[in-house]
Design a protein around this ligand. Structure first.
Ligand SMILES: Cc1cc2nc3c(=O)[nH]c(=O)nc-3n(C[C@H](O)[C@H](O)[C@H](O)COP(=O)(O)OP(=O)(O)OC[C@H]3O[C@@H](n4cnc5c(N)ncnc54)[C@H](O)[C@@H]3O)c2cc1C
Length: 567
């Protein structure tokens, strides 16, 4: 690199501050190497920091500690039964699936050794728990709540999480059933007391992805990782086909930064880029994404221009959403999941989702990715974007609706604007939303018969542990099937929103970026949603985005540092 001019040099340069970035940086520091993380926006942590922050980690240490059965073989069987079934998905080769299942538990061990406090989600079934190797208790790992005051001057540099109450996911799920259970009421009380205590003690709790990335940031600062905001990378510095550094721009001033061991791109996907959506995932819109402003895809394009192969570009992690007026993503900040009805809502009893002709067309349980794939597929033959979420008074009384508490009066503006439609009969409801009343009535009647029988033969809702887990754990005999028969009846639109894209550059087992001919571009690594996912066209379980981002960030750093099996 003697004849290339740099403003400064590091051993390793990380582009973006997403899930795998700080994990890779910690590996580098443990290997005694210098590393800089360059973040384009003014906040660190990426969409990961806003997210649920859960990671799908098969065979992890917490499962072992609790005596929950899992093994490499079981996890591989499950990966083969899900990700392995993907067509045309070079992000999920058998070798990469093996690397994931082998390395993911080691990443958790490594993070715990770095002082990151993690735990198991007490219950979060795999999304296809009925397939070979599926786990009903679940393989999901998350961070302990984190007091952001511990970050000192960096506190305001952490991207906030979407959850504003200091609750674990499990508590949030319990609270959602507080009308029907004592467990829910107790969870509400516990979280309320925690929030009140924080006011007295001055704790600034963050949870979920905020806690994960807050803890990662704290560890990175302790390990003297150089972290920079407002430092967007606009291109690579090349020498003889190899990546030798990057060019950043801050306040209009360019800086050339050398990377002796390599560059890791962890710059997110393209959920905030309508032009790229129109090209790769037509029929979807930036209006319904919950990602953060930096998810604009330019690094994927830059790598493509350098010869990187792209794959799975038409996949995304769909997330069904009912969005109150004024809460669409019109300003690039992303839809706030705190104000929409999302995946937790549609599998509760007393509601179904139908297309615009009034016909039910899928199991409303299952993974959010599969839900939105079904919606887009249906829309190819019958208008289904948006679809309609049909529910009755029992549902409104028992469950939350778009951030409002069960049984509370909904804003009049919701009715006036047509966002929430109400009628005394199913037939009148159908008329109000331009549907054939007989068709909607027949759909509801069929569902009611299934609910009474406790078995949905048509779409098998409730046949998996996961569907039931999404439902109301206190509703019997089925957690997810309940009749729609108490007036008034309600309808609201459901959009195929998303929480991220799932395609990008093709990488190998060491996260090296590959060309179309399968050869690596020397010096260039990538992880996270900048890459074609190791999960292919499936979402096997909660944490299938953040988990791989960490794991392939870890593998990239180990490879670049030539660290072998040190960690
Ligand atoms: C509300 C919500 C909840 C979710 N919950 C979960 C969950 O619990 N588990 C899960 O697995 N997935 C979840 N997802 C999806 C998941 O959060 C994302 O897919 C994942 O975090 C993406 O991580 P990443 O590592 O690819 O990058 P990100 O975390 O998106 O970070 C990329 C960073 O790169 C920066 N960047 C972009 N371009 C440049 C550039 N040119 N130069 C420098 N920096 C750049 C961006 O600004 C950003 O900060 C959720 C998403 C949302 C929105």
């Amino acid at each position: 690199m003697a004849d290339i001019q740099f403003d400064e040099e590091f051993d390793f340069v990380v582009v973006g501050s997403g899930g795998g970035s700080m994990c890779a940086a910690l590996v580098m520091r443990r290997a005694g190497k210098s590393v800089v993380v360059l973040e384009k926006t003014d906040l660190l942590g990426g969409t990961t920091s806003r997210s649920g922050g859960v990671m799908w980690i098969p065979n992890n240490r917490f499962m072992k500690e609790e005596g929950i059965e899992d093994s490499y073989e079981q996890a591989m069987a499950y990966m083969e039964a899900t990700a392995g079934q993907s067509l045309d998905a070079p992000g999920t080769t058998l070798e990469r699936r093996r690397a994931y299942v082998t390395e993911a538990p080691k990443v958790i061990d490594f993070l715990v050794q770095q002082g990151i406090k993690l735990r198991r989600a007490p219950s979060w079934p795999d999304y296809y728990d009925d397939r070979p190797g599926g786990s009903v208790p679940g393989r999901t790992v998350l961070a302990d709540l984190f007091d952001t005051n511990e970050l000192g001057a960096w506190k305001d540099k952490l991207r906030p999480n979407f959850m504003t109450v200091p609750a674990y996911h499990s508590e949030g799920f319990e609270i959602s059933t507080f009308k029907s259970s004592w467990t829910g009421k107790m969870a509400m009380l516990r979280v309320g007391l925690r929030a009140a205590a924080a006011k007295v003690t001055g704790k600034a709790w963050t949870t979920a992805g905020g806690a994960l990335q807050g803890r990662m940031l704290q560890a990175a600062l302790k390990a003297s990782v150089d972290l920079r905001v407002d430092s967007g990378v606009k291109g690579f510095i090349m020498d003889g086909g190899a990546v030798k550094g990057v060019v950043t721009e801050t306040g209009g001033i360019e800086r050339r930064i050398g990377a002796r061991l390599g560059v890791l791109v962890n710059a997110g996907g393209f959920a905030q880029n309508q032009e790229m959506r129109d090209k790769y995932i037509p029929g979807t819109s930036v209006l319904y994404t919950a990602t953060t402003p930096g998810d604009t895809g330019e690094m994927i394009r830059t790598m493509e221009d350098m010869g990187a192969a792209l794959a799975q570009m038409n996949e995304r992690v769909g997330n069904q959403m009912t969005i109150p007026p004024g809460h669409e993503n019109t300003n690039g900040q992303g839809v706030s999941l705190g104000v929409v009805s999302g995946q937790m809502n549609y599998a509760k009893p007393h509601s179904i989702v139908v297309d615009q002709s009034g016909v039910r067309y899928m199991n409303e349980g299952g993974s959010y990715m599969a839900f939105c794939q079904n919606q887009l597929t249906r829309n190819e033959t019958v208008p289904a974007v948006p679809s309609w979420w049909i529910q009755d008074e029992q549902s409104m009384k028992k469950y939350m609706f778009c951030g409002t508490m069960p049984g509370t009066k909904k804003p009049q503006q919701w009715y006036d604007s047509g966002f929430l439609v109400k009628a005394d009969t199913i037939e009148d409801l159908a008329k109000k939303i331009d549907m054939d009343p007989a068709v909607l009535k027949a759909s509801v009647d069929r569902f009611n018969a299934a609910a009474r029988a406790g078995k949905d033969d048509e779409f098998k809702r409730g046949a998996r542990a996961y569907d039931n887990w999404l439902g109301d754990h206190y509703h019997k005999p089925s957690h997810t099937l309940g009749t729609i028969d108490q007036a008034p009846f309600y309808a609201a639109k459901v959009w195929p929103g998303d929480v991220g894209t799932y395609g990008g550059v093709v990488t190998d087992v060491n996260a090296r970026v590959l060309r179309e001919d399968g050869t690596p571009i020397p010096g260039l690594y990538a992880t996270g949603t900048s890459t074609a996912s190791v999960m292919g066209r499936f979402y096997p379980g909660a944490g299938s985005s953040v988990g791989p981002s960490f794991v392939f960030g870890y593998l990239a750093a180990k490879h670049a540092a030539n660290a072998g099996n040190q960690f």
